[in-house]
Each structure stands twice: as C-alpha cells, then as structure tokens.
Ligand binder design. Structure first.
Ligand code: CP
Ligand code: NVA
Length: 303
C-alpha cells in the first residue's frame, strides 16, 4: 500500500493544492450555511490526540468530522498509554490500524513526524512547538474571502517568532506573499527558516516599519503553551509589540488584522481591535471548521 499523504506543515502540499483547499473550504462553508447534508464519510473515524489544551481545534475537528458523517475520538496522554511512555511509533501503528485519519497536538514537532512515519493513515499536525499549519489554512481562507488573492501582497507579523510566525513564513512561500516580521531581540523564528526564505521574509525589531503599508497584520500570544512560566518576563519584553489602533494606522487603509486566539486583550492586541464591529477575527476562528473539513476531505479522498 502506498504511504498516505500527511499534513504536518504547509510544505507537505503544493501551492496549487493549498489554493484549491482554500477555495473548497469557502465552498463547503457556503453549503454548510445553506443547510446542506455533507455526510460523505459515514463510518469514518478521526483520532484526535491532544497533549496540549484547545478550544477551537478540538471543537472544529470534532464538529467537522460529525458533519462529514464520521466520528471523532478524543485521546489525551493522561488517559492513554502514550502518557505512560508507550513509544510514539508503537502507538502510531496501533491507532492507525483502527481509525481512518489522525490529528495530533503536541510539543516537539518530531513527535508528529515520528507518528506519521509509522502511521498507515493520514496524520494532521494540529499544532506543535514549531508549526500550526491548520490555523494558516483558516487564516489564508479568511484573508482571501475578505480581500481576494494573496499573491504579491504584504503581511506583517508582530510579536513572538513562534509556531504561528514560523507557519506564516511557510505561508509566504506557498501563497506567494511578502512577510515582514517584527519581534523583540531574542525571540526570532528559526534561523534555518529565515535563511531558506530570504527572498520573501524580512526580519526587524521595529513594529512600525514592519506594518507600514502592509495588507495584513498578524499577532499571537506572547507566551505560548508550555511557556507559562515566562509570561511575566515576556510581558515586559513584548510591551512595545502590541497590535493596536495606533500601529494599524501605519498599515494600508484597508488592512486586515488576524489573531489565531485565544487572545489577551491589553497585551499582544488591544481590546479595541478585538471588539471592533468590523473585525474578521471571528470569521478566522469559524474558518477553522471549514478549512479542516476541506483538509480531511482531501486527505481521505487521497487514500
Ligand atoms: N487557535 C487555536 O488553535 O486555538 P485552540 O488552542 O483553542 O485550539
Ligand atoms: N502560539 C500559541 C498558539 C495557540 C493556538 C501556542 O502555541 O500556545
């Protein structure tokens, strides 16, 4: 049997496949809103392995699989042998022999890679310390729905050089836009990613110049899951990097801003932007559902 397709980073799909996925997500969203029956995968089982907390990812995958006619199974390390030291490789062989598709949220990116290497079914990265590609599908869908094609546009990332920032670097390459990153010194994204994408990614420590004329401004929490102890010191170092009305005034006049959520009002983003009547942040969150239904459809049909 041919090895299955996986979605561990945006680089696992071609630019054309990613574009098609975004269009399909919008199409499935319209159909869902119109009340269409989308149960194309009856009896299909999604295993959802969560080693970190989640609201959006869990609800969107579980609801999405139910809407596709299948079943989603929540597995946490606390309740499975994964938490008692059963090797990832053994778990992958066993779990994938019983389900049709697997989604994993965990710490080290190597964990999803090792799982995928031993899985007989498609594996989806639902966030690691390094990447959050599912969020980028929703972000790109949202950007496209509100402003049309991303190619040739400019996005600014303001804040931590974290898993979301690194996913934006991959997105800049795959969706063909320029990315300007402004992060505090010492919080840069991985050097190898920057080096590999020098043609479309610029790094600075100046939010204002990064945002100047940008079509999209994106931020995320200052301390990610697993960094809770650093919250206070980070809050001091990141204070000049808040995305707020004053910063947005430097962006293009029709610029959008995105945040993957959960957000901390008054830290990385102002309360005013979060609660603005015309914010698209809630569309972005909802699009997780539609983008991942399109993703699961793609991976299940590719088997
Ligand atoms: N944006 C996102 O992945 O949210 P959750 O942590 O709630 O899943
Ligand atoms: N960077 C954040 C994203 C949460 C969806 C984290 O990893 O906690």
């Amino acid at each position: 049997m041919a090895s299955p397709r996986h979605f561990l980073t945006l680089l696992d799909f071609s630019p054309a496949e990613l574009q098609a996925l975004i269009f399909r997500a919008t199409e499935m969203k319209r159909a869902h809103h119109a009340g269409a029956d989308q149960r194309q995968f009856p009896g299909t089982v999604l295993a959802m392995i969560f080693a970190k907390s989640s609201t959006r990812t869990r609800v969107s995958f579980e609801a999405g699989m139910a809407q596709l006619g299948g079943h989603a199974m929540f597995l946490s390390p606390q309740d499975t042998q994964l938490g008692r030291g059963e090797p990832v490789e053994d778990s992958a062989r066993v779990i994938s022999s019983m389900v049709d598709i697997v989604m994993i949220r965990t710490f080290g990116h190597d964990i999803v890679e090792r799982f995928a290497a031993y899985s007989s079914v498609p594996v989806i990265n639902a966030l690691t310390d390094d990447f959050h590609p599912c969020q980028l599908l929703a972000d790109m869908q949202t950007w496209h729905e509100h402003r049309g094609p991303m190619a040739g546009k400019t996005a600014a990332w303001v804040g931590d050089g974290n898993n979301m920032c690194q996913s934006y670097i991959n997105a800049a390459r795959q969706f063909d836009f320029q990315l300007r990153i402004a992060c505090p010194p010492g919080f840069e994204p991985r050097a190898d990613l920057l080096a590999a994408n020098r043609d479309r990614v610029e790094l600075s420590h100046d939010p204002e110049s990064a945002v100047r004329g940008a079509d999209l401004v994106v931020t995320d929490v200052w301390a990610s899951m697993g960094q809770e102890k650093e919250q206070q010191t980070r809050a001091r170092q990141f204070a000049p990097y808040q995305v707020n009305e004053a910063l947005m005034a430097h962006a293009a006049s029709d610029a959008l801003y995105l945040h993957c959520l959960p957000a901390h009002r008054g830290e990385e983003i102002s309360a005013g932007l979060m609660d603005a009547p015309d914010t698209v942040i809630w569309d972005e969150a909802e699009n997780r559902l539609h983008a991942q239904k399109a993703l699961m459809e793609f991976l299940l049909n590719a088997r």
